[in-house]
Design a protein around this ligand. Structure first.
Ligand code: GAL
Length: 687
């Protein structure tokens, strides 16, 4: 067993919890890194890997993510030989380590000895080991074993000079977020007691007077297991809240152990993606020393690159506008979608620089070397099965060199001109089992608005309802069905103070207990918008709705009356013919409150949002005539950097003056960005 290098770390810690900006190890530049699972390889390969990592300029490696069965092969018996050796090799090579606590997947001996830790689905069936993450978030036994492991890992490596970041577990809640077993039921009841105090309060919050659901004691409450009919929406919503909190509690427990042994920043990798929605990251983010996200292009969506921009903007929102880390992405295809598409030449670079443009200060990948066995053997990696004599490897090395040239912009902040409100709680509530139409889902509405703003050249900050809106000219609120009074008030105050807002249909409908706000939709925003909706009238998918102006829409209409707002367009046909479809209420302070009562076609939505932005005096940074050129600016007090990412198949010129730090070329008046290329201009004068 090698001796560990225990020399003291030169860290400036100004605060009890070190933040990314006080950690020299995390702010030296734009980090380039990967997950490394050396357990899969002979030790001879490790040396070759470390040499190749140096060649590729890898400087941050995630280790021990799935290490448990290796470092604790039998209960209480620890073997750190392998981890010591690989950490030593990486350290010698000057590579920093993002060290996993190793608790993400329990070893077979643990589930064999304690099958009670296994998660249970809503139908009461067990989810067995043989995959990964087969543990129930509320399991006390799992927690005990996991924390014992973290203690050993933290004790051993807490002062190691190569460890730059702690990586708690892995993608908490990726598979096991919702567990319905008896232990979770007990924990859920405890959580409800703390939230409501009395059973009467709970009955009121859940509306249990309907369908004979009134509880006489907390003991009677179960998680929302499979039922014959639709389940109580309040119970389902609270179970989501509870489940998110249960895993956050697990994160806190591991973090508390780490902090006893180490000052190194702690994080875990979020999954801000289109298909995972079980954790309310607004409540998680403040507990991270630095926010990290995993992002994979999702080819099940119509516009995977647009979703990447949204996810990046949302991750930046979670980081409060500070730089964040892209902890995982893929160099090429993944293996878990129905159709796993390879990336086109140059796409890896464009995707990576989109993340950097939108605030990422690290670009990392899953995983270093493509597996030969196991579930992910057909998942791309930095070193593909074909080896290093491959286009993919060459692009990886090239990307790393490009990121080195961008080091100077680490720590700068993204400049955005529009805010968009987004809420996980709303996602859970709005997409409930019983809703006006299953053809409308919350995330698609959010994506549609974000994509439209982006097409028009805006940079969008995604913020939580209730967050300060100071400094924005325009705030967009897509389908915010559930909203608290205080959150609605922040929006009204913003508009009354001269701000411009655009609210879309199915917003303001219920309070935080999923209770309808009576008196006409959109309840919480009725006065602000100057409209009142009497009835929803969605239409079947495929039906086209025409507006009086000739605009097209689909999926949703409603029987709206203007009460103080000006009607800009109305339904010409369909179930709400003659009723307002787009309204605008001018506010005395110079602000405006727009309402869109239907799902507009993309081009028509672009037109309406452009008009709203123009009215707000918000000028886009990008050129709306070139929606395929992604234009974003990052800046600090001294300098500004303009990202020009050309996603099209034609060259585009864009006004800029300075130095293109990707090519090193001077830019005078206009940057010429060839098809598929990226320019990052260090601008001559600060923005
Ligand atoms: C992530 C996970 C990695 C790997 C990757 C594949 O969800 O953290 O371990 O499975 O996806 O895309």
């Amino acid at each position: 067993m090698e001796t560990l290098d225990q020399e003291a770390r030169a860290i400036v810690v100004t605060d009890e919890r070190p933040s990314a900006t006080t950690q020299p190890s995390l702010r030296e530049g734009i980090a380039f890194g990967c997950d490394y699972n050396p357990e899969q390889w002979d030790r001879a390969v490790w040396r070759e890997d470390v040499a190749l990592m140096r060649e590729a300029g890898v400087d941050l490696v995630a280790l021990n993510i799935f290490g448990w069965s290796h470092i604790e092969p039998r209960p209480g018996e620890y073997d750190f030989d392998g981890l010591d050796e690989i950490i030593g090799l990486l350290h010698e090579a000057g590579i920093r380590i993002n060290l996993g606590t190793g608790t993400s997947s329990a070893p077979p001996w643990l589930t064999h000895r304690h099958p009670e830790i296994l998660p249970e689905a809503a139908d009461g069936t067990t989810r067995f080991p043989g995959g990964r993450q087969a543990w129930c978030p509320s399991s006390a036994v799992f927690r005990r074993y996991a924390l014992a492991l973290v203690e050993k890992v933290a004790e051993r490596y807490g002062q190691h000079p190569a460890v730059a970041l702690w990586h708690v577990s892995n993608e908490l809640g990726c598979h096991n977020a919702l567990c319905y077993d008896d232990e979770s039921a007990e924990a859920f009841r405890g959580w409800l007691r703390a939230r409501y105090g009395t059973i009467e309060r709970l009955n009121s919050a859940w509306g249990t007077s309907f369908w004979s659901q009134t509880y006489s004691a907390f003991e009677e409450i179960l998680p929302p297991r499979l039922t014959l009919s639709s389940r109580n929406p309040g119970q389902v919503l609270d179970f989501h809240r509870f489940s998110s909190d249960a895993l956050l509690d697990h994160y806190r427990a591991e973090t508390a152990v780490l902090r006893r042994h180490s000052d190194v920043p702690v994080t875990t990798n979020f999954m801000v993606t289109a298909h995972i929605r079980n954790l309310d990251y607004w409540t998680w983010a403040p507990e991270m020393d630095v926010v990290a996200n995993d992002h994979y292009l999702d080819h099940r969506l119509a516009e995977p690159a647009a979703e990447l921009s949204f996810a990046s903007d949302l991750t930046r929102g979670l980081a409060g506008g500070e730089p964040w880390l892209l902890m995982e992405q893929s160099t090429g295809s993944v293996n878990w979608q129905p159709h796993n598409l390879a990336k086109a030449p140059g796409q890896l670079t464009r995707n990576s620089l989109s993340h950097v443009a939108r605030g990422a200060d690290a670009i990392c990948f899953f995983q270093w070397r493509a597996s030969l066995q196991g579930s992910e053997k057909f998942h791309s990696a930095l070193v593909p099965h074909a080896g290093t004599d491959s286009d993919l490897w060459r692009e990886v090395v090239d990307l790393s060199r490009t990121l080195d040239r961008l080091d100077e912009l680490a720590g700068t902040r993204v400049q955005a001109d529009v805010a968009l409100l987004f809420s996980w709680e709303n996602w859970w509530a709005a997409d409930g089992e019983s809703r006006p139409t299953h053809a409308v889902d919350y995330l698609s509405q959010v994506h549609a608005m974000h994509a439209s703003l982006t097409r028009s050249g805006h940079t969008v900050d995604v913020v939580r309802p209730g967050a300060s809106l100071e400094g924005y000219g325009l705030v967009v609120v897509p389908s915010l069905y559930l909203v608290r009074d205080e959150e609605a008030r922040v929006l009204s105050d913003f508009a009354e103070a001269g701000g411009h807002v655009v609210v879309t249909f199915f917003s303001g409908i219920v309070d935080e207990e999923d209770r309808v706000r009576p008196g006409g939709y959109p309840g919480a925003f009725r006065d602000l918008l100057g409209v009142s909706v009497e009835e929803f009238a969605p239409v079947l998918p495929g039906q086209v709705l025409t507006l009086a102006s000739g605009r097209s829409a689909s999926l949703w209409s409603e029987r709206t009356r203007a009460r103080g707002a000006e009607v800009l367009d109305s339904f010409a046909d369909g179930p709400s013919a003659g009723r307002p479809a787009i309204t605008r209420r001018a506010l005395p302070g110079g602000g405006a409150a727009w309402y869109i009562a239907t799902h507009l076609d993309a081009a028509d939505l672009d037109g309406v949002l452009r008009e709203a932005a123009a009215g707000a005096g918000v000028v886009p940074i990008g050129d709306p005539r070139e929606p395929g050129l992604e234009v974003v600016r990052r800046a600090n007090e001294e300098r500004s950097y303009l990202f020009l990412i050309n996603h099209t198949d034609h060259a585009i010129d864009h006004p800029a003056t300075g130095i293109d730090i990707v090519s090193g070329d001077p830019v005078e008046g206009a940057a010429h960005v060839p098809a598929g290329f990226v320019s990052v201009i260090r601008e001559e004068s600060a923005a």
